[in-house]
Ligand binder design. Sequence first.
Ligand code: F3S
Length: 279
Amino acid sequence: MEIILAKSAGFCFGVKRAVNMAYRAAENSEHICSLGPLIHSPQLVQRLEGKGIRVQNSVEQIVDETVIIRSHGITRNEEQALERKGLPVVDATCPFVKKAQQYAALLGKEGYSVVIVGEQEHPEVQGIISYVAGSETSVVANPEEARTVTPHKKLGLVAQTTQSFDNFSEIVQELLENSKELRIFNTICDATAVRQEEARQIAGRVALMVVIGGHNSANTTRLARICSEIQPRTHHIETADEICADWLDGVEAVGVTAGASTPEWIIRDVVDRLTAVAK
Ligand code: F3S
């Protein structure tokens, strides 16, 4: 049986950077926490706990600890609260997310009404909004919602980094009708699109697709959905223990990919288990 492992499977640049920063910080500090789970992988969060990195869910709970900021960033309020408490901070915000925050801040400063393309409740979007001072903001998830944006002389647009380019450009089309001036910063990071495209291609060539990642990880769930539209025999698993031998009956080629928050050792375990079961 052939196993086709996606080259883009696993940590993206920003997550890899955040995890490395967390491990390094744990070597230099005994009292250390992350503000929210560092990534959507319960197995990695557990390993980090083993290194002494606790998860704290709000700034109020933190006393006298070094604080690691996750790759999708925090809000300006949280940043200020950390400053007021004088806590040491390891800022692992992905540089691409930082750019989106900075562009949103710039648009607000220059009097644009700021539109963020993304999911309203996502912490990254909440973070981006919080950096806009003194201007209106709205979050739109799709072209239908873009139609409801209040017309404004100057509209400024940024995107949650994981948005799809097609959705972003359809929203641009809608907003063109709502404004005399539309200033666009394309803040989409292509790591997600590259991973999704590779998954599509592999799913089209195999009889079984395995997508690895936290059941609570939105990007892994989306990846599994994309694969199952092409190959209905797609399984979203978190660890190798979930693999059933029956899945491989009559299968000559199996595709494997993983979400951006899936550690390499979990991917390796899955590939090893598939190889063992196929024998
Ligand atoms: Fe950064 Fe892109 Fe990953 S924004 S956190 S590299 S998906």
